[in-house]
Design a protein around this ligand. Sequence first.
Ligand SMILES: Cc1cc2nc3c(=O)[nH]c(=O)nc-3n(C[C@H](O)[C@H](O)[C@H](O)COP(=O)(O)O)c2cc1C
Length: 217
Amino acid sequence: MHLGLSADELLTTTRSVRKRLDFDHPVERSVVLECIDIALQAPTGSNSQGWQWMVIGDTDKKKAVADAYARNFYKYTAQPARTYAEGDTRAERQPLVRSSADYLAEHFHRAPYLVIPLIEGRLDEGLNSFAQASQWGSILPAVWSFMLALRERGLGSAWTTLHLPDEQEVAELLGIPYERYTQAGLFPVAYTKGVDFKPAPRIPAAQLTHWDHFGQH
Ligand SMILES: Cc1cc2nc3c(=O)[nH]c(=O)nc-3n(C[C@H](O)[C@H](O)[C@H](O)COP(=O)(O)O)c2cc1C
């Protein structure tokens, strides 16, 4: 299935889907592969293409990875939440994001697949910003393309990183060579309940764009 969204619709309506993931609708392996093939068209530094894609469908393994996520999620959310000025749309959205994130933490293992994109090299060893930007920049555009490709096919995901404090444990569970590959995140993959997602409120570009001198809007 293709929704036939315009490029702008696709880019502005690919949301973090949590409560609207349809856990009971099986996902074909071929769709996952198709979306990864699309993701592989993303740019990489020096055309390095040092990526691998871990797709987890095994029930016990999904449960173990989801447990690692939930453990860290509850630690993270036990800390005081970030505060925003009154009227800031991020403050208004916070309870919605929180309730949606709580739901995902509880149900993560029910997604038909969990995806962990991998990038060659360890990125937690004191690299300078050039090396960091080059390596993260060689996986994150592909990950976003993957999410866009899912959306166009009636599926959804949510960008998550909270299993990463237990990255090594998850690497061992899945047989990922930890010394050679860094995990970029954890992505549930499922069909969505409905496909009518909308653009989210954001701070307008005019307030965040600086012309020739920082602070000059
Ligand atoms: C780097 C990164 C890490 C994130 N980590 C999590 C996470 O661990 N759990 C979660 O539920 N959402 C996570 N999110 C999703 C954000 O909460 C979400 O993108 C944000 O609330 C905006 O909502 P939208 O994606 O629907 O526009 C993450 C997003 C990014 C980009």
